[in-house]
Design a protein around this ligand. Structure first.
Ligand code: BDP
Length: 683
């Protein structure tokens, strides 16, 4: 058992009574007259159904069991084409009707999604009796962003190398490309940006476009559109022009011609993602132009073909006076209304950078005329990377459900965005994600992009049943572990609103003492601001006043330490060590207890998992156990390093119930991880 099949395992259903009921219902398929299974997406749907039924139920959909082009015999499963007024594009209806189980869709991809849903019902051993559901994706754009480089490495990737082998494309079509697209489609992901945001112009060279086109051809039947990242200086680097100034006629013509060429290779190309004037990437600001002027030249080139630009709001500069958390808003809110219609601004969930917890970015809901995409990180750069078990669905859901109040109560982040982009965690690891539980985040991202209102418990329950076993102890234990693990991680890394305490470069372990990097906002000390008086970043009116970027009700709540939720306390406030928490603890005591709770939580995870021994396959059980050992040890490391360091300022004893760090802070400072994955020269 190596995890390659992800959640699409299709192993025989063990519950014999249920298996017989399913077999009685699904032994026959009738395909409506206007459902043409020679079309690629319908052929893929049929193939998936055949494989699923064969594996789960031992049912062979032989030609004798399929009636094609009829209005349908009694019993069995029936595929029926309906109009978009009945079932929206990409959506589907699954219901029992007149003794038949009917899958109705208005688009080919609707049949595909409906097929995956039906198989999921079987895999999770759901009751099909009285089934009646209508599904429509809440968001049109549900996209994975791969930070994959053309040389095969993956930025902030912890599961091996890129699954896209640019060297052997377009000739070698690794079956993994198809399985990747299947997995995406099974959770409703409909787009894939296959190149890194720190982009390489080479991708636009003819031979690379042929490679990209080969991938797009594999993805297409599964409803996954291909997108590429555009390096803003490509007209210079690849085109030989003297400038990449977006208002220069030669530059405008270059992008128009390049885009035409791309569509010649990939007729349904989705568009560009751009990281500009951020962390050394080129951009319009070099020419005195705004982000809107930069985005619009690409948008104009794409418009004739229906493509879009996803322009990232991840910008900050090195002004020592500026609060990094405030900069994206400052830069982009004044540009509202200045972007072309086919530009979306892609905003990370929080104002800084994929921390274990951040308040939502104040940009959500603040640009009524500019559609936004929510960018989430599925790869765990700041959450223990490939070795810690941390379920991200609670984090994703927390931001999606956060109420921005920008347009009255109930203006959730989910309601303000046109789609979701997730930075992928897959690589060449046999099980795709390195840590076996990393798969759950890929799964959860897709499910939440389809329906942001889905509860994390429900999502993990499905994943656990499909990926491990549908038996109740297995699914409930795994679900509980995944749900709880996020808070455990927050506690042992960055409790109470602390952020960016990670060591430099690789962002793996703790480095709260780092304060000597050239740019102020690359230093953890810039974020926690611990001193003899207290700890935290004052973002109220006495500090950076970044809190003013939120809608009045949200601002009022965050700006007062008495009403600010404890999980965001030190994000917005610099408070004395003896600040009284609601529960009667001082801030120092509470900080210590939280770190201890994080460590204790990793022990709890290990106990929970140990109780599943014998209930699931020994291979994956042993693998997860080994990772949990690392996590327990490293949670201790985080707690000890951070508490030893903060105590040098707090000068207070550790409260009862908190195990004091066995070493002083110099010991933790001296620890070194020279080969931690994802090392970058600076940030
Ligand atoms: C940061 C990563 C860096 C990425 C950057 C981004 O450390 O590797 O390039 O985000 O989002 O979190 O562009």
């Amino acid at each position: 058992e190596d995890g390659y099949r992800l959640w699409l395992r299709y192993d025989p259903i063990q519950n014999t009574a249920l298996g017989s009921a399913y077999r009685a219902q699904l032994g026959q398929l009738s395909i409506g007259p206007d459902v043409d299974t020679t079309q690629a997406t319908l052929a893929a749907s049929l193939l998936e159904l055949r494989n699923g039924l064969r594996g789960l139920l031992g049912v062979e959909l032989t030609p004798a069991r399929i009636s094609v082009g009829t209005s349908g015999a009694a019993g069995g499963l029936r595929w029926k084409r309906v109009g978009e007024d009945e079932v929206a594009r990409e959506g589907y209806r699954l219901r029992q009707r007149d003794g038949q189980l009917e899958l109705a869709a208005s688009s080919n991809v609707g049949f595909l999604y409906g097929t995956f849903h039906l198989l999921r019902l079987l895999q999770t051993e759901a009751d099909l009796k009285g089934l009646d559901l209508l599904e429509t994706p809440a968001k049109e754009l549900r996209i994975l962003n791969h930070w994959d480089n053309l040389d095969g490495t993956v930025e902030r990737g912890y599961a091996g190398f890129s699954i896209f082998n640019w060297h052997t494309l377009p000739d070698v079509l690794d079956p993994r490309y198809t399985d990747y697209a299947r997995a995406c489609a099974s959770v409703g992901i409909n787009g894939s940006v296959v190149t890194n945001v720190n982009a390489n112009s080479l991708i636009f060279r003819e031979d690379y476009l042929e490679k990209a086109a080969a991938l797009a051809d594999v993805f297409r039947p599964y409803g996954v559109r291909l997108y590429l990242t555009a390096r803003f200086s490509a007209p210079v680097e690849l085109g030989g022009l003297e400038t990449a100034d977006p208002l220069d006629p030669a530059v405008i013509a270059w992008w128009a011609e390049k885009t035409r060429e791309i569509y010649e290779h990939i007729p349904d190309f989705g568009g560009f993602v751009v990281k500009a004037n951020s962390e050394g990437q080129p951009g319009p600001r070099e020419y005195g132009r705004s982000h809107a002027e930069g985005a619009n030249v690409l948008a104009d080139a794409l418009a004739p073909y229906g493509g879009i630009v996803m322009w990232r709001a991840f910008v900050y500069n090195s002004d020592p006076e500026a609060d990094r958390a405030a900069q994206a808003y400052e830069e982009f809110v004044p540009l509202d209304g200045k972007f072309r219609d086919n530009v979306m601004v892609q905003v990370k969930n929080g104002p800084i950078d994929f921390q274990p917890r951040e308040p939502f970015s104040p940009l959500f809901g603040a640009t009524p005329e500019t559609p936004l995409l929510l960018e989430l990180q599925i790869t765990k750069e700041y959450l223990g990377q490939g070795t810690h078990l941390v379920g991200l669905a609670p984090l994703f859901s927390e931001v999606l459900q956060a109420d921005t109040r920008q347009n009255g109560p109930g203006t959730t982040v989910a309601s303000t965005v046109s789609g979701l982009a997730g930075v992928s965690n897959v690589g060449t690891a046999r099980n795709w994600t390195g840590h076996p539980f990393g798969q759950a985040d890929w799964y959860a991202f897709g499910r939440l992009a389809w329906d942001p209102a889905l509860g994390p418990e429900r999502i993990y329950d499905e994943w656990a049943a499909m990926t491990y076993r549908p038996e109740s102890k297995v699914r409930s234990t795994i679900t509980e572990m995944l749900i709880t693990s996020r808070e455990i991680c927050v506690n042992y890394m960055t409790p109470l609103g602390l952020h960016h305490l990670m060591a430099t470069g690789h962002h793996y372990g703790p480095g709260p003492w780092v304060s000597d990097l050239s740019r102020p906002e690359w230093n953890p000390a810039y974020y926690h601001r611990a001193d003899s008086a207290g700890i935290g970043f004052d973002r109220t009116v006495t500090g950076s006043n970044a809190v003013a970027q939120y809608a009045p009700e949200v601002r009022a709540k965050f700006a007062d330490p008495e009403t600010c939720p404890p999980e965001y306390l030190l994000w917005f406030h610099h408070l004395p060590w003896d600040f009284q928490m609601d529960n009667g603890n001082t801030l120092w005591e509470e900080l210590c207890y939280r770190y201890q709770a994080g460590v204790d939580g990793t022990e709890w995870l290990a106990i929970k998992w140990a109780a599943l021994e014998g209930e699931i396959d020994p291979e994956r059980h042993a693998e997860v156990s080994q990772y949990l050992t690392i996590q327990q040890r490293e949670a201790e490391w985080w707690k000890n390093a951070c508490l030893a360091y903060f105590q040098t300022f707090a000068q207070r004893p550790f409260p009862d119930g908190v195990t004091p760090p066995p070493h002083d802070v110099d010991h933790y400072r001296s620890l070194d991880y020279p080969y931690a994955p994802g090392i970058r020269p600076q940030w």
